[in-house]
Design a protein around this ligand. Structure first.
Ligand code: ADP
Ligand code: MG
Length: 624
């Protein structure tokens, strides 16, 4: 399998042309936009100097409100105010198993839509509103037009979730240069890819504790490429849980049993403010009506321990998946607003036995890394190095017997093109079904089906004679193109993969884990399937030969051959590999004999038509 093409988009042909790349962190709680100005990446702020844009969209009667102004409607008009829309991206209705306050519409397999006062809105449309607001913010800050954007996504996002993100960007009128994994963006912001003198591979841990989610990724930097070794996380662990723990503690201290919704919301807001203040101050007073509580950093550390402990358990597991010890991690990066809490930083430092990198604002680090990459992709970078991202799961297609032929293995840097030749299975076959799958297992049934398409109009040939060239191309945006070409006739067919439903992060993780766990079992299953397919092919070929030349055999020979075929046909219906192999051997005795007879006869035939001159030196005796 050769690496055939690598194309890079957006390289400027005219060095004087001004090209602007922006980086976008499209977050669950907050989103940001950044760009590189005079060689320095910086966050683009709104006119009130806010860096963060809350990822909240409110559908008012005649208006769509995004960001801070939309936040005020979360409590008073929940169904028209969408928060955390990222959790719905690229998911089918059946995939959405978490709790949410929205009314969704759509069939199980489809992208759901939110029922709002402005009609039904899909997650893609809602995300597009957030992206459009960020684009607007960027335009207000920049003199030149935006050439393109790099948008970050979690490392575990599958093709469907990535595609949904791209669709949203397109809807917002953004030219997507690339989707970049969030942990990779953070590593780029710290310049961890710039240490090119290092011969050895480097491993990095990116600990991302946001508002409602926790993600840990282990990256390996090797020969200029970031590779995702393992990812893990928790879809309901973050700053919101810290706030809840503070509220719980406060309620105990204040001896408050039950609170009205209004009071609860108020106390949550106070807790959140106190927590955020504690990043810069040692003590903070939390005053709630007549109650009073003094919080210190030490006390906060105790209160939030359930959250830090839980996150570190996940870190432990992910390190095990990556087969690494903490000593083998060269750097730990903190990402996400919640890692500003000193207690979280201490917990991480203790676990990894090293001080984590946190000199760059953890809310901004991902957007800054995306801006650096965008700047490179529009052709402004002076060093010319280009960062590659990788495919999260292997991509392949179905071959005979329900087996998967892996075309692009997971963690292959993109963009990438891989080409492989296939052939027909039966004589006279004029069509071929191309079934594209994603996953790490050997059998199609254990992988995820991405798309199916047909190549028709293959000229009828004997089995194995046609040459079908299948090309898998993942472009810089991660979009997968699959095409099939019959090389002798030039008939062609292709598809762009835009899956209609997604996998949850747990599912992606599961597919990866299963790939490792079942490697041995899959090898056996693959061997069994291959043996069956091969046996079936033998039988078909033999039957065709019998139709032509059965007369060469005497009755006994013919009976033996037919019964050997019957036995094999019977055994390949079962799954006993040993029996099948025996039956193959048994048939081979008779089929070899038959093949030899046919060969002799063909030679006789061939020689009959030759003239003396052609065979003068070798076969005079046969010339008659
Ligand atoms: P996401 O990646 O989910 O969009 P962010 O990275 O923006 O989320 O993190 C939001 C969380 O960070 C919120 O829970 C917020 O309370 C918390 N946060 C923000 N600033 C601070 C701070 N100074 N100290 C502690 N937590 C903070
Ligand atoms: Mg984030």
């Amino acid at each position: 399998m050769a690496l055939l093409q690598i194309a890079e988009p957006g390289q400027s042909s005219n060095p004087h042309e001004h090209r602007v790349g922006i980086g976008i962190d499209l977050g669950t709680t907050n989103s940001l936009v950044a760009t590189v100005r005079s060689g320095t990446p910086s966050i683009l702020k709104d006119h009130q100097q806010h860096s963060l844009l809350p990822s909240v969209v409110h559908f008012a009667e005649n208006d769509v409100i995004v960001g801070l102004a939309a936040k005020t409607f979360i409590n008073q008009d929940a169904s028209n105010t969408i928060v955390s829309v990222k959790r719905f991206m690229g998911r089918s209705r059946a995939d959405i198993r978490f709790q949410h306050p929205y009314q969704l519409e759509g069939s199980d397999q489809d992208m759901p839509s939110f029922v709002t006062s402005q009609g039904n809105k899909t997650p893609v449309e809602i995300s597009a509103h957030i992206l459009a607001a960020l684009k607007h913010r960027a335009e207000q800050n920049l003199v030149h037009d935006i050439t393109g954007a790099v948008i970050t996504v979690p490392a575990y996002f599958d093709e469907a979730q990535r595609q949904a993100t791209r669709d949203a960007a397109q809807l917002a009128g953004l030219n997507v240069l690339r989707l970049l994994n969030e942990p990779t963006a953070a590593a780029i912001a710290y310049g961890l890819d710039q240490n090119t003198q290092l011969q050895q591979d480097q491993n990095f841990a990116i600990y991302d504790l946001g508002g409602g989610t926790f993600d840990i990724s282990i990256l390996r930097f090797s020969k200029g490429v970031f590779e995702v070794l393992a990812t893990g996380g928790h879809t309901a662990l973050g700053g919101d849980d810290i706030d809840r723990l503070i509220v719980k503690y406060a309620k105990q201290q204040f001896s408050l049993e039950s609170l009205s919704n209004q009071q609860h919301t108020e106390l949550m807001q106070l807790a959140k403010a106190a927590k955020e203040q504690l990043t810069t101050e040692n003590t903070v007073n939390l005053i709630f009506n007549t109650h009073h509580l003094t919080l210190t950093q030490d006390l906060l550390q105790q209160i939030i321990q359930p959250v830090t402990d839980r996150s570190l358990q996940v870190c432990q597991r992910v390190l095990r998946d990556a087969k690494l010890k903490t000593e083998q991690i060269q750097a730990v990066i903190l990402v996400g607003g919640s890692t500003r809490t000193p207690a979280v930083q201490h917990a991480v430092a203790n676990f990894f036995h090293k001080e984590p990198l946190c000199s760059i604002n953890p809310d901004e680090v991902v957007a800054l890394g995306a801006a650096i990459t965008a700047n490179q992709l529009v052709g402004n970078s002076s060093d010319g190095t280009l960062l590659l991202d990788v495919t999260p799961l292997s991509l392949g297609l179905e071959t005979m017997g329900g087996l998967v032929e892996r075309i692009i293995p997971r963690n292959t840097p993109i963009p990438v093109t891989r080409r492989q030749e296939f052939t027909t299975y039966q004589d006279g076959q004029t069509a071929m079904l191309i079934h594209v799958v994603q996953g790490e297992r050997d059998l199609v049934e254990h992988c995820r089906s991405l798309a199916k398409f047909e190549l028709r109009g293959i000229p009828p040939m004997t089995a194995g004679a046609a040459r079908i060239e299948v090309t898998f191309q993942v472009d810089a945006d991660g979009l997968l193109n699959v095409s099939a070409l019959e090389t002798t006739s030039g008939v062609q067919s292709k598809i762009v993969i835009k899956p209609s439903y997604g996998l949850s992060s747990e599912d992606t993780e599961r597919l990866l884990l299963e790939g490792f766990q079942y490697a041995q079992q899959d090898k056996l299953a693959r061997h069994l399937q291959e043996t069956k397919v091969e046996a079936q092919r033998e039988i078909e070929a033999l039957k065709q030969a019998l139709q032509i030349d059965e007369a060469l055999l005497n009755t006994e020979e013919s009976q033996r051959l037919h019964s050997a075929v019957k036995i094999l046909e019977h055994t390949i219906e079962g799954d006993d590999l040993e029996k099948i192999e025996q039956a193959v051997q048994n048939l081979k005795i008779y089929s070899d004999m038959f093949a030899a007879m046919r060969m002799n006869r063909h030679i006789d035939h061939a020689l009959k038509g030759t003239r003396v001159d052609d065979w003068a030196t070798t076969s005079q005796d046969k010339d008659h």
